[in-house]
Design a protein around this ligand. Structure first.
Ligand SMILES: O=C(O)CCC(=O)C(=O)O
Ligand SMILES: [Fe+2]
Length: 203
């Protein structure tokens, strides 16, 4: 996979898988940047963090440039993707927000969409896996992606260096319970969220 193939896949099918997007060395450098403190993940931006536990049990920590050179390097690569997606797919992506996610044994994220039609804000979802290369199906934690009509599309093991991207509105997806600790960076390219006259920009 390269940038052109990625753009072509996003254009024709709305999703793509880029294996070895980062090398094993780049992944271990990112793992050195993992935070020591994690927050229980929420659902939705305005959500009061209620009823969350039945839907997702992962823990997250938002990425910041200051977290170190490997994070900086990752965000630089995402910036290249943002500009390419805007230039060739006219997606109008304005910014990128991303968090580390930690799924401990048994953790899951039930089927959901990352964005809802009409509230277009998150446009393009990215998930980069920070696990070993040899993650097996028996280790659980697969990402299952569905079509817009909820029919099964594909099931992907979260092996290290793999980058998955899909249009946030169009693909319901879920994370099956992990049988061993599972680390990732989940991110979203967003529009400049001017809604109801108020600016909604990730900080
Ligand atoms: O970790 C994954 O494979 C997907 C995570 C996800 O769906 C999310 O954070 O919204
Ligand atoms: Fe998601």
């Amino acid at each position: 996979m390269d940038l052109d193939t990625m753009l072509e896949s996003l254009h024709t099918q709305g999703w793509c898988v880029w294996d070895d997007f980062l090398s094993a060395n780049e992944i271990s450098a990112l793992l050195q940047c993992l935070p020591s403190e994690w927050s229980q993940a929420g659902i939705g931006r305005q959500d009061a963090h209620t009823h969350v536990a039945s839907i997702r049990s992962d823990k997250i920590h938002w990425l910041k440039e200051e977290m170190g050179q490997p994070v900086h390097h990752y965000l630089d690569k995402m910036e290249v993707i943002r500009q390419a997606a805007n230039r060739y797919l006219y997606l109008g992506l304005f910014e990128y927000e991303a968090h580390f996610a930690k799924y401990e044994q048994g953790d899951f994220y039930k089927k959901h969409r990352d964005s809802f039609r009409g509230k277009a804000n998150r446009i393009l979802t990215t998930v980069l896996y920070l696990n070993d290369q040899d993650w097996q199906e028996t280790d659980g934690g697969e990402l299952v992606i569905y079509n817009d009509d909820d029919s099964f599309l594909t099931k992907l093991v979260p092996k290290g260096g793999r980058l998955v991207m899909f249009l946030s509105e169009d693909f319901p997806h879920e994370v099956l319970p992990a049988h061993r600790p599972r680390f990732s960076i989940a991110g979203w390219f967003r529009l400049n969220g001017v809604s109801a006259g108020s600016l909604d920009i990730a900080v």
